[in-house]
Design a protein around this ligand. Structure first.
Ligand SMILES: [Mg+2]
Length: 166
């Protein structure tokens, strides 16, 4: 079930310290596009800074792992004061391993948070971290995304992916 997330929620701010505790998660790998802002957008999703502070106050390690280029990921991550890895090549495992190492975390206590089944979730499950799938903030334009999102809908049905009770 490499395509099925452990947790499905709508927004990043729906993730609470209590949920993380329930799943024994103390370290988070964060996606950028459509997770913390719209696709290639620069507006932070509502409540993001407060949420990041809440996580830090609860001792949660955080790192950004994005497939986007340095020129997108660096300024974004610096703005929210987080370490980052750009050109992450998700769903390949290398970026995840680098992220886990940088946080000195353990795979079983780490979760990837992202909006895409075929990159964020697939890679996370392959590597053996927990996977938290969010609803994309806004639908992307472009054919490749339309195809991907349609295939995701098939996976949702096939694996009966439903919102996690909190
Ligand atoms: Mg994304």
């Amino acid at each position: 079930m490499l395509l099925k997330p452990n947790i499905k929620l709508d927004r990043i701010t729906d993730i609470t310290p209590l949920i993380l505790e329930r799943y024994n998660i103390d370290s988070l790998i964060l996606d950028v596009d459509n997770t913390m802002s719209t696709h290639h957008g620069n507006v932070l999703t509502d409540g993001l800074l407060d949420w990041l502070n809440l996580m830090k106050e609860n001792g949660i390690n955080i790192i950004v792992l994005s497939n986007s280029k340095e020129r997108r990921v660096k300024p974004f991550s610096e703005r929210i004061d987080l370490p980052y890895i750009s050109l992450g090549l998700k769903p390949l495992p290398f970026g995840y391993f680098r992220a886990i190492k940088k946080m000195s975390a353990k795979r079983k206590n780490t979760a990837i948070i992202g909006d895409q089944i075929f990159t964020d979730v697939l890679g996370g499950n392959t590597v053996g971290v927990k996977t938290i799938l969010l609803t994309p903030i806004l639908p992307e334009s472009g054919l490749s995304f339309k195809i991907r999102r349609r295939l995701e809908k098939v996976v949702f049905k096939l694996y009966k992916i439903k919102k996690t009770e909190v």
